[in-house]
Structure formats: C-alpha cells, structure tokens
Design a protein around this ligand. Sequence first.
Ligand code: SF4
Ligand code: SF4
Length: 293
Amino acid sequence: MIVAVASGKGGTGKTTVAASLASVWDGSVMGVDLDVEEPNLHLFLHPTIEGSETAYLMVPALDEARCTYCGACADLCQFGAISIMGQVTLTFPEMCHGCGGCIAVCPEKAVSAGRRELGEISWGRAGGAGFLAGRLRVGEAMSPPLMRLVKARLDHTLATNGGDAIIDAPPGVSCPAVNAVMDSDVILLVTEPTPFGVYDFKLAWEAFTPLGQPMGAVINRAGLGNDAIYRFCREKGLPILAEIPYDRAIAEAYARGRIIADLSAGLKETFVSLRDQIRDLAKAGRSREAAHA
Ligand code: SF4
Ligand code: SF4
C-alpha cells in the first residue's frame, strides 16, 4: 500500500504526520520524501544514508556539422526547447522535458542523447523503516522528472521487497503535488483549522477528488481557529481520521525534529488509530474498484 500525505499549503504539519505515521507502522514500510524542492522528512526520521546517486534527464545533444536546418525537431518540440534561426540551431536544455522526440524525428541523425542534472536521489534506513528521498538541484525548474525517478526506485523496491510506503508529498495543488499522490492507494490531507488552512484544504480536495483514491483528513493544531473545516468535511463526506491538538509541547517537539507520536501514550494511540483507519480506507477502496471492474 502507498499512502500519500499531502496538504493544500505548506506549514500544516504534513511532514511531521508522515514521519509519525512511519514510526507506528507495523510491517515493512518506507518513508519517501517526494517534496523534492524542499525535502525535510530526514529532519524527523534521522535516517542513516546508505547510498545516493545523481539523477539526470535526457536532453538533446546537437551535432551541428550534420544539421541541415530542416526544422523537423523544432516543429515537433512542444516545449520550445529547440529553435532554428536561419543557419543556426539552438537548443534550450532547461526547457526540455526529455521525451526524445527530436532524436527520433531528425533525418540526419544530428541529435543524440545528452543529459541535464536534475538532482540527487538518496536512500537508507531510519530505525525499522526504509528511507528514500529526492533533492532537486539548485536552479532546476522542473521537479516532476526527478519525482518520477524517485517513484521508479520506490516501485522497484516495493516489487522486490514488498511492504508499504508513506510518501511526503509537496504542498499545494500544482503539477508536482498531483504527480506525488496520483499512484497512491490512500491520500491523507493534512490541514489546520485556520482560514488559510481551510481555503487551501478545499483546493486540495477539489484537485485530488477526481483522481478517485480514498481520502481522509488529519486536523493538525486542533482547537485553533474555527469549525469551518469540520463543516466542510461533514458536507463532503470526508472522514476526519485524526486530530492533533494545538499544544506547545508538540510545537517544541516539531521544532526539534522529534517524532510527535513518541511524545505521549495519547499521541501514539492517535497515530496507531490513524494507521488502522488508513488500512480500512484502502480496503474499502479496493472493494469499490473490484465492484466496478
Ligand atoms: S527531448 Fe522532447 S522536449 Fe526535449 S528538446 Fe527534444 S522534443 Fe523537445
Ligand atoms: S531535425 Fe535534425 S537536421 Fe533537422 S533541424 Fe533538427 S537537428 Fe537539424
């Protein structure tokens, strides 16, 4: 099972929920940081890193001597990453999405596979859990290609070793966030009951609902703000799976990079119950899928 922990905005406590959930998971589990622009799951899981590799995207490398300036590559590229200006062919590797179309279409074999550095993928162990993370290169604009490579490694690991994964997704509802949650079995939306929290939570619910996975909410800093989030969840039939109280000790633990499920028996019980409800949601989702098949 893959659980994606997402949020409509940053700062809701998404990562601390993902880390605590991983800490109470029974059975083999991997904590995965797909928030590649700002990865911080490691700050809570404190993994021992066992390996890492630089990740690359295939981009066109041009052999000017072979080019006849026919324009077929530029016509094909939907991202404006190749341009012909008279007797000059220009490539813009930063705009390339790595589809390889220009290589396939060039009649002169003037384009071959080059590469652009995307960032780094690292892996290791965090207590009983596995750990996997991507970190985007500073200056790299596109995170989905690196996220796809992290997910490919995750898929391979799960296919080889079995087990579950808890993904710390990027905040928001843009392309990277959708990319992070789309192959999961359950989406957990973490929010806080403040006006900004509620507004962004609604956007996230609207963005992720069409994906069709079972979803549940976690209310962090419960007791702060008003009850609008509770009313919204009730109206939409979205189950609230856990509430984490607005509490100074929790805020301090968060600031120190501690697992909040370890703070008290009550919080541990909250996360154990969250884990069990996620399993129930996944099971219900699978039954629904089977009924529609
Ligand atoms: S690989 Fe695809 S996206 Fe990149 S330049 Fe070629 S056609 Fe454009
Ligand atoms: S398709 Fe090949 S030959 Fe034609 S402009 Fe592009 S690189 Fe040059």
